[in-house]
Design a protein around this ligand. Structure first.
Ligand code: SF4
Length: 728
């Protein structure tokens, strides 16, 4: 029997609406939901291809135990959990929570029950070693928000619908579909800006897929902070600063003016590669129009990422575009994120054992993982739980991490696949795929430009013996309780009692401004009524909420704080940066339409149209180095070296090499297609020493890393060549 279920995709932030066709309790196809109020029939190739993840013959569907020869064999859940909990209990008794670490991958953050109960596990065991993709992705943005607004969770989003000028700095929405913002159809919205006579300017070292559709201004990689300092300089020096905004919205404007006084665009032009006249003209336009500067990973992954994010918001504020229509605005989440969830998020409550980095939402730098495992002393990691992650490929120095994982006394992975990280695990436990669970994007609710909410039911039951991650974490947490308490909790659970992620979600919806307050508001919503009455989702307003700065800023004076000693110190660090002549090129990252970080590499539908992993190099650089299109290149940084095919293209600026991350599948079982396509891990070129990380956020430096390139005398790989040409 065939049935259609309304749902949504949870691979990335747009959460595009989907219609799933189910036959005999099996997902057979997905198509975009035309009735979804925001995505309106849009979905990208990854979303459509997810049927092939759901039904992937390479999926882990049963608990697997690693044998002495490295192969995995099937075991029962009871056998696996009995051994895991016994060993975990032993390690916890001997070393406390400090001897245990958790790495939660990106899909965990997009799965509310997984994320909530992973945190319960961390708290229950007193674990401080919590790692995740945040230090390769976004934590610098959150720390900038902490400084500016007094809350890590106050993250502005661009009001493109009302903008006359949109500046995109280090972001590529044509491929990412909008990151750290919930805006399906972002490219349509950008085209609407130019159609109504406005301007979209993409500032990027690469002529990205987005830049090809609008104006492109090349910039030297990792120079965003210089550009933003100069924009602020011009805004202040030419009397363009919005004095009303400065007086009513901010404190510290004078200090910011003094800080930026030393950076006229004439002085930074050589560092950014952008002529001073262009910067001056842009600053004038920003101050005269409804305008917004939006950035993402390019800005978050540089060597001064917290500074750059801080300055970006300052530009939006000083030009009069913060919390204004068409500018840099704040979401209005229909669940009480700021009141209930945000206060639980801390910054700098403790510092990491290695490098003394401030924790960010409980997270330490993932670049420290290998050192935390190998460095003796109190806090040495003895056990590691990895859920929905592959840090061997997604963190700096992942090759080194792979070498030391076998030193752990216990390693457990909860995942859909056997990958390069959990190849070292004692056990791989099967987690659920996204259409096997009820869901709601709790943690992204503040990133919707228009307030919106959608919940989805589970579309199909878990395949094989896949189990909800939250249930696994709860069982692990129970294991360290004293026996009498453990038995009591188990009895409560057997009666179906006690808190669950669903109960918490339902409470958050009921408490929100659209909620039913447990019957006190007759037309209000709870989780069940949201699922039943609004399967396609519910738009709660047509326009973003502006003029709400005093509500979203958590500093006592309700003002944006523009003066911080940490930021002044970061400017000094920026000024002290010196190029190393041994490494004359800049390495930048690159997102691919048919890849998602270190996964989505196995579905055949994505593989067919995806070019092989290659380094994109400008024709002049290739000629100078003797590199041939289709040949091979060796990229060398102070921390490592990789070899991969060359794609000669003028889409990158001269002096820039672009390589997609997340590759380097090793062919050790697991996902067969991903292994076949292999690639190399660009993260092996990235630094893990404390001096290589952002001191304020622990972020890895992954964009604009200094490298050199060397010709590799080898025959071109003919099969790779054909695919490169087809995909390029
Ligand atoms: S952009 Fe693609 S992957 Fe992301 S939510 Fe939409 S369909 Fe899914």
């Amino acid at each position: 029997m065939s049935q259609e279920v309304i749902t949504y995709c949870r691979i990335c932030e747009p959460f595009c609406g989907m219609v799933a066709t189910v036959e005999n309790r099996k997902l057979v196809s997905l198509r975009p939901d035309k009735e979804h109020p925001l995505s309106q029939g849009f979905a990208c190739p990854k979303g459509i291809a997810y049927t092939q993840v759901q039904n992937d013959p390479d999926r882990v569907l049963y608990p697997l135990k690693r044998q002495p020869d490295g192969r995995f064999t099937r075991v029962s859940w009871d056998e696996a959990m009995a051994d895991i909990t016994e060993r975990l209990r032993r390690i916890h008794r001997k070393h406390g929570g400090d001897g245990i670490a958790v790495y939660g991958g990106n899909p965990a953050a997009l799965n509310y029950s997984h994320a909530l109960w992973m945190n319960v596990f961390l708290k229950a065991l007193g674990i401080r070693h919590f790692f995740g993709p945040g230090t390769q992705d976004t934590n610098s943005r959150f720390v900038a928000s902490h400084l500016l607004y007094g809350s890590l969770f106050t993250v502005p989003v661009p009001d493109i619908d009302a903008a006359e000028l949109v500046v995109i700095l280090g972001a590529n929405p044509a491929v990412s579909h909008g990151s750290l913002v919930n805006m399906p159809r972002m490219m349509d919205k950008l085209h609407a800006v130019t159609e109504r006579g406005g301007r979209v300017l993409v500032i990027d070292p690469r002529r990205t897929e987005t830049a090809r559709e609008f104006e492109w201004q090349p910039i030297v990689p990792d120079a965003d902070a210089w550009l933003l300092l100069s924009l602020l300089h011009v805004l202040f020096a030419e009397g363009l600063a919005d004095q009303r905004a400065l007086a009513t919205q901010a404190t510290g404007a004078r200090a910011l003016r003094e800080l930026t006084a030393a950076f006229p665009p004439e002085d930074t032009a050589a560092l950014t590669g952008i002529p001073a006249g262009v910067v001056r003209d842009l600053a004038r336009q920003l101050s005269q129009k409804r305008a917004v500067v939006y950035s993402r990973l390019g800005t978050c992954l540089g060597s001064s990422p917290t500074l750059a994010n801080f300055l970006l918001d300052a530009v939006n504020l000083v030009s009069g575009n913060l919390d204004r229509p068409g500018g840099w605005v704040f979401g209005n989440p229909p669940i009480p994120l700021q009141k209930i969830v945000a206060p639980l998020m801390s910054y700098g409550k403790w510092h990491s054992r290695i490098g003394s980095f401030p924790e960010v939402m409980g997270m330490e730098p993932a670049a420290n993982m290998a050192a935390e495992i190998t460095t003796p002393g109190k806090g040495q990691v003895r056990a590691l739980i990895v859920s929905a992650g592959n840090p061997v490929l997604s963190t700096p120095g992942g090759g080194k991490l792979a070498e030391v994982l076998d030193q752990l006394e216990l390693m457990v992975s909860i995942d859909l696949y056997q990958n390069e990280t959990n190849a070292h695990a004692d056990y791989i436990l099967p987690g659920v795929a996204m259409y096997e669970r009820e869901d709601f994007p709790i943690f992204s609710m503040g990133l919707y430009v228009q307030p919106f909410m959608q919940a989805t039911p589970a579309v199909v039951p878990p395949a094989g013996e896949a189990r909800h991650e939250w249930m696994v974490y709860e069982e692990l947490a129970r294991s360290v309780l004293p026996e009498t308490l453990r038995n009591a909790v188990s009895q409560v659970r057997e009666k179906g009692l006690g808190p669950t992620p669903r109960l918490m979600l339902d409470s958050l919806i009921r408490l929100g401004y659209a909620g039913d307050r447990w019957g006190l508001r007759r037309e209000g919503l709870n989780l069940d009524t949201l699922l039943q009455r609004h399967p396609h989702g519910l738009k709660l307003a047509e326009r973003p909420t502006t003029g709400q700065l005093h509500n979203v800023v958590r500093h006592r004076d309700r003002k944006v704080h523009l003066d911080h000693p940490e930021i002044r110190e970061e400017v000094r660090r920026l000024q002290a940066r010196r190029p190393d002549p041994d490494y004359p090129l800049y390495l930048i990252g690159l997102r691919e339409l048919r890849s998602e970080n270190s996964w989505m590499h196995n579905p055949p539908a994505l593989r067919a149209a995806r070019p092989p992993h290659a380094a994109r190099i400008h024709p002049d650089d290739a000629a100078a180095l003797g590199l041939l299109n289709r040949g091979r290149v060796r990229l060398v940084s102070p921390w490592g070296a990789i070899e991969l095919p060359v794609l000669v293209t003028d889409e990158v600026s001269q002096g820039v090499v672009a390589v997609p991350h997340g590759w380097g599948h090793k062919g050790q079982g697991g996902w067969a297609n991903a292994n076949r396509d292999g690639g190399v891990s660009v993260n092996d070129l990235m630094g893990t020493r404390p001096s290589a990380l952002d001191p304020l956020s622990g972020m890895s430096h992954l964009f604009g890393v200094r490298i050199r390139a060397e010709h590799v005398p080898a025959e071109p790989e003919s099969h790779a060549v054909a695919a490169l040409e087809a995909g390029a």
